[in-house]
Design a protein around this ligand. Sequence first.
Ligand code: SAM
Ligand code: DTB
Ligand code: SF4
Length: 339
Amino acid sequence: MATAAESLALPPARACAAPAPGIRTDWDVAEVRALFELPFPELMFRAQSVHRQHFPAGDVQISTLLSIKTGGCPEDCGYCPQSVHFKTGVEGEALLPVAAVVAAARQAKAGGATRFCMGAAYRNPKPSQLARISEMVREVKALGLETCATLGMLTPEQAGQLRDAGLDYYNHNLDTSAEHYGNVISTRTYGDRLQTLANVRDAGLKVCAGGIIGLGETAADRAALLHTLATLPAHPESVPINQLVAVPGTPLADAPPVDPLDFVRVIAVARILMPASRVRLSAGRTEMSDELQALCFLAGANSIFYGERLLTTPNPEADRDLALLRRLGMATEPLPAGG
Ligand code: SAM
Ligand code: DTB
Ligand code: SF4
């Protein structure tokens, strides 16, 4: 079946270049702060230059997200509509049956997605839940899609179980700086987050880790978040940069909006620090103009979530995204071999 991208005649992107030598994991936080302080045109020039050394111009990887287990989460992340601690109108639901998830993955593939991300509102998955999710991963992988999951904290054994089922990526965000973390979340620590990232990496999974801009953080917190990501033993292959979706009922419902140009700066600095990683322009796009999204792509974003829903909140309509990519002359990354 033709993908939506093909049927709308977007040109196929060339395969991405292999990561080049010279990727640094020894950044100093002062260097990161200095990047943030560059004049905007200089920062954009540097980000673009780095981007072109590692990726073909204008390609974008698209992932579709499905909430496989919605709401009722015991954690108290101050931005999240799925926490039991806040009254947001999101009800706790059961883990979806395998067949429903596979049907959604088939649809995502037909719509042009290359990666299918399964998100669950868990602090950490229980053995019976992980068994069912492993089956989902096995079947989605068999469709020829790349697989990604985000299920909360994992032990090394659980990460290995998911790898054996065919999981390609695990998403686990650091969200903000170590210093600001405790102002946003009290039910787990930054160290817990880092430990799961290490367990995932050690199991041989690809890592997807990023953060949220708009949690009341300072410029120094933004620099510290990117510094932590860029000085992990290996850079995450995928770095989602979310803009807070301010949901009524959450403690951050009235957080001040992010200056759009500051958001672009975060993308640009992430691109410079982690040149070979996919930087994903993630949540918050429904609030962004086409022009702001275009600036984010110019700053080095080369991945998006595609499809009308994120987990519990809306994402731009697929048609609007395809039209935007077409207007910009950008192309979607082809499916991996065999897909
Ligand atoms: N429960 C798991 C966890 O927290 O790792 C997986 C699902 S959780 C919803 C995945 C990520 O979504 C969070 O780490 C956070 O970065 C992002 N997220 C959640 N609510 C958000 C919001 N309102 N705006 C932007 N990003 C959000
Ligand atoms: C990520 O960094 N952003 C996605 C995904 N990883 C799991 C989630 C965004 C969630 C936005 C709020 C919601 O839809 O509930
Ligand atoms: Fe639960 Fe994840 Fe939401 Fe935190 S971000 S409340 S862990 S679903």
